[in-house]
Design a protein around this ligand. Sequence first.
Ligand SMILES: [Mg+2]
Length: 158
Amino acid sequence: MIKKRYKKLIDITIQSLIDAQVQCVMLDIDSTLLKWRTQRVQENELTWCSAVQDAGITITLVSNATKSRAEKIALQIDSEFISPAYKPWPFGLLKAARMCAVKKENCIMIGDQILTDRFAAFFAGIRFVLLEPISNVEFGITKVNRFVEKHIMRRKNL
Ligand SMILES: [Mg+2]
């Protein structure tokens, strides 16, 4: 049984994908496969991707990132990619299904954002798994910065 939510990508077992008759995994990049604004797929995720591919399941990156960024990531996991996919529009996902020559019911989209990933999957009629975004120190600091900025601006009446 494949659940609707997991904490991390690597928590999804290969067996659960096989049992759910998944033949094509559509994968978001940022905060799903790797930390936001980083370039390297980490060891655990690399291992997970090759295990999925060894099971005969295709992985296609479907990301709103730029083409050059998606290409760099795709090279590391030896996958196809569709970028920018303009999620929540469903067209990138539908194209990915056509590229893999896999029926929609044998696809699954995995991502960390409801407004982009989940809606795109919904509009495309493709199953969806929501992950918790990979925590990102940079992002945390940005959030703190924003809070501080707001506070300063309020005090200075800017
Ligand atoms: Mg994401």
